[in-house]
Design a binder for this molecule. Structure first.
Ligand code: PHE
Length: 340
């Protein structure tokens, strides 16, 4: 019994002397390990005289539980004070200013596309997405260009190894897709997207570029509607004082066809290097949808009419920001891109 009393005392005082968790681990091995003092004391029960055995066993168990509980408490205290110490030493000052994260931005081409879309949205035009991989039929034939039509020369084409499959050279084939999807409903859409042409890359032409096509179909759509739409667009995009000039032109899928100029935003029509001394900048091709194209879209040309236009937003962006090299758009040079 006196051995037990001394075990209890040593256990408690050595525990009190443990300064940290490592010391506590050593303590637990010493007292509670397989050969630890508590185990040894319990094993002794067998050697005790029968009369005292019961009392000895009870006392040994009481001490075992007391030491265990005292240890658990000491361990919890040690953990808490270790945490507190680490918070004190490696404290985070949440009031310090953070490290700035570089912010990305929209590509200037995307910004301008969105500006154009917003203007046409105000005019009641919805955005229609059309495919970039097209077939010859939709890119040319249904737009009134049979296989050997000389006008095909205006669109140098990337053909694929699959006969008849090509990269669209303009957004106009989208006209066919919209018409076939919406016929006989009236249509008022723009079709923005990438186009591809097998051309020499220069400061003014790229092999890939955006176009924004416009298409309006209805029972009384006229050239005056086309003109009004173009003027509204030019004035919203480039300033309320813009003037628009219309020249006659030719596209197989419009009749009549026009080319649209606006007065130069730099010299206001006086003549400068941007407008090559002419006072005018070309902004788009357009015209009244050809009856053959209306028919290919499912619309009866005797009842329906429509206008279409197509513009190159990169050209428009170059005008707006005085960019002198179209290759900048896809060169991925941050010095260029970060300016917008
Ligand atoms: N698709 C023509 C081009 O790429 C532009 C255009 C579109 C002209 C619609 C008239 C009507 O040059």
């Amino acid at each position: 019994m006196s051995d037990l009393a001394s075990l209890e005392q040593r256990g408690l005082s050595e525990l009190a002397a443990c300064a940290d968790e490592a010391a506590l681990r050593a303590w637990i091995t010493k007292f509670f390990g397989k050969q630890g003092e508590v185990a040894l004391a319990l094993r002794k029960v067998g050697e005790i005289a029968a009369a005292e055995r019961r009392a000895y066993g009870q006392e040994a168990n009481r001490i075992k539980e007391k030491l265990q509980a005292a240890h658990d408490e000491a361990q919890a205290r040690a953990k808490a004070s270790a945490l507190e110490a680490s918070l004190r030493e490696q404290g985070i000052d949440v009031t310090l200013p953070g490290r700035p994260v570089a912010r990305g931005r929209l590509h200037v081409a995307t910004q301008v596309l969105r500006d154009i879309q917003a203007i046409f949205a105000d005019l009641g035009f919805q955005v229609y997405q059309s495919r970039e991989v097209e077939d010859d039929l939709t890119n040319f034939e249904l737009l009134n260009m049979s296989p050997h039509h000389p006008a095909r020369d205006m669109w140098d084409t990337f053909h694929t190894t699959t006969p008849g499959v090509l990269l669209r050279t303009h957004t106009s084939p989208g006209q066919i897709h919209v018409m076939r999807e919406l016929c006989p409903e009236p249509i008022r859409v723009i079709l923005p997207g990438m186009c591809y042409r097998y051309e020499a890359i220069t400061t003014r032409s790229e092999i890939m570029f955006h176009q924004v096509e416009g298409l309006a179909i209805g029972e009384h759509v006229s050239m005056a509607d086309l003109k009004g739409t173009i003027i509204a667009f030019a004035q919203r995009m480039f300033g309320a004082e813009r003037k628009v000039r219309i020249r006659s032109s030719y596209f197989p899928f419009t009749e009549p066809s026009i080319e649209v100029d606006m007065d130069c935003i730099v010299c206001k029509g006086q003549g400068c290097s941007l407008c090559k001394r002419s006072g005018w900048l070309e902004i788009m091709g357009a015209g009244m949808v050809h009856p053959a194209v209306l028919k290919n879209g499912g619309y009866d040309p005797a009842r329906f009419s429509g206008f279409a236009f197509g513009m190159g937003p990169q050209r428009i962006t170059m005008l707006k920001y005085a960019i002198d090299d179209i290759r900048q758009f896809w060169a991925n040079d941050l010095r260029f891109l970060a300016q917008f």
